[in-house]
Design a protein. Sequence first.
Length: 236
Amino acid sequence: MKKQQALYPHPFSLAYWRDAAAECKNVRSISHAAFLCALAIVIEKFNIPISPYLQVSVSFFAVALCSMLTGPVLAIPCGILVDLIGIIGSPYPVFLGYTLTAILTSVVYALFLYRGNITYFRVLAAEVIINFLINAFLGSYWRVILYNGAFWVYFALAVAKNLVLLAPEAFLLYSFLRIFSSPLKQIGILPAGISFKSGKGSLFFSCVFAVLGAILVALFAIYYPEIKEYITTMLS
């Protein structure tokens, strides 16, 4: 009989990290990670550019699924591979700051999604940390190092973009993971005991973020000429 995989309410447990470390020795987990890393790299090639300094990607679906299945320890080499292999053939330079961003993104998804019941709040919390602390804050710092310019201009643009995307990304990611959980449980990839729940409080905060994002989009459309002129001046 196959051993039942343990579930954990939080990652602050020695057993949690022991199981996460064991994924690195599991051939099946390594195979799943390799496939999803390759999928993330391919999807990353189809980014949607918003400006020379901002772009939208949907590779987070593959990254989040990989982290949920393989845990925070295996997420570290996965983040490294996705960044370093994904940069091949692109116009962007190899930069260890972006490699760190990829690692942190994978680890954060794993900490919230691996071996635990998936709630909408967990997905939303992971997206908040990734969007604002990793993508907006760290990403702006990396751009200053690479391209010069004013940190707060990069940061303001990144916060606006990530605020607009936060609610739809959280909703789509939660729905994506929930839809694929049933077939993954049936073939034994995902622990059978994992459940999906959406609370009213989390949906409320998601709606708040969605409204704020819509307001930002409207303000951007109204003041686009002034914003474009200011950004061009600050970054020149």
